[in-house]
Design a protein around this ligand. Structure first.
Ligand SMILES: C[S@@+](CC[C@H](N)C(=O)[O-])C[C@H]1O[C@@H](n2cnc3c(N)ncnc32)[C@H](O)[C@@H]1O
Length: 305
């Protein structure tokens, strides 16, 4: 691991033994997030990853996530219900799918740039740091304020308060001239369809030889969120989701921009238990099912030549 903060590296060993209560127990340095709407969802994904990471034998090893939950002054259990189970594992497996794409990119380009759009309180940098990667976190100002209050910045990590729809971040990411992988985990569903197309085209034109990895919810899920039907056990409805995509719509991404050279389906890693260990991998190859479940996709962009 690269620059590990002292608090976390001290806690790293044995964190898998913690349970929910321990994760949200008082800590002397708690920070109040003050987030609402879409930015507040970064607390939900963090909570799920931390809950999974706190299990014995987690699918995602993430001591930083556990530590962050302990340092945030937020009623996680009241707002989101008890974390754990299938949802926590699903969110952790999604993060693991992204980790695998980033690892493969860093194997190819160890000094590359990862531009993490809507990075929230993702701790992927610390899970994957190879000692050379340059990490650019791009997020809305209110989310970034919380991240900067909780996670160390500097060195090979930079943060930009910028809307993902504003091309300014792409100019910044491309400035070093090294290959760029853009990640958009848990973000695109909150943009409108033309904005998603514009974002893909911006990436294809800005990052020759690079890529974009993103997840998508299926259309029925976005419709249910828009109708206010998806509620956390603690009460709040998930924010409305404007963009959705089934696996069957992947080929159409070629039409967004001629720079989209390759489209790869990223499989959900095999998890634990009946659902994520056996059922999901078995269904993964069934087209009709695949069109109705969340997906992760990697786009690779053409070289300039
Ligand atoms: C569901 S959270 C995901 C956070 C993180 N990627 C994860 O997986 O835990 C959504 C994130 O997207 C950010 N976000 C929402 N709309 C955005 C926009 N237009 N531009 C940049 N970030 C945005 C939010 O602030 C939040 O950090």
């Amino acid at each position: 691991m690269g620059d590990t903060g002292p608090a976390v590296s001290r806690r790293a060993a044995g964190v898998g033994q913690r349970d929910d209560e321990d994760m949200t127990s008082p800590s002397p340095t708690k920070v109040a997030p003050g987030l609402t709407g879409v930015p507040e969802t970064l607390l939900w994904t963090l909570y799920q990853r931390a809950s999974e990471a706190a299990r014995p034998n987690p699918v995602l090893v993430d001591p930083w996530a556990i530590d962050l939950c302990r340092r945030i002054d937020y009623p996680f259990v009241e707002r989101f219900g008890r974390a754990g189970g299938l949802v926590a594992q699903a969110i952790a497996l999604r993060a693991l799918a992204f980790d695998r794409v980033v690892c493969a990119f860093l194997d190819e380009f160890p000094d590359g740039v990862v531009a993490a759009l809507g990075d929230g309180l993702e701790t992927q940098f610390w899970r994957l740091d190879n000692g050379r990667v340059h990490w650019l976190t791009v997020d809305l100002p209110e989310s970034l304020r919380l991240r900067e209050a909780l996670l160390p910045a500097g060195g090979r990590r930079r943060a930009l308060a910028c809307d993902a729809r504003d091309p300014r971040w792409a100019v910044d990411a491309a400035a070093t001239g090294t290959p760029v992988l853009v990640t958009a985990q848990g973000l695109l569903m909150y943009l409108r369809p033309p904005e998603v197309r514009d974002l893909i085209a911006l990436c294809a034109r800005s990052f020759h030889g690079g890529g974009l990895v993103f997840d998508a919810v299926p259309r029925w899920f976005a419709a249910a969120a828009r109708a206010g039907l998806l509620r956390t056990p603690g009460g709040p409805a998930l924010p409305g989701m404007a963009w959705a995509m089934g696996a069957d719509e992947r080929p159409a991404l070629h039409t967004v921009d001629p720079g989209v050279a390759e489209i790869h389906a990223i499989p959900v890693p095999r998890g634990r238990g009946g659902v994520w260990g056996r059922l999901a991998p078995a269904l993964d190859c069934l087209g009709p099912v695949h069109d109705r479940v969340p997906t992760v996709t990697l786009l690779r962009f053409a070289d300039r030549t």
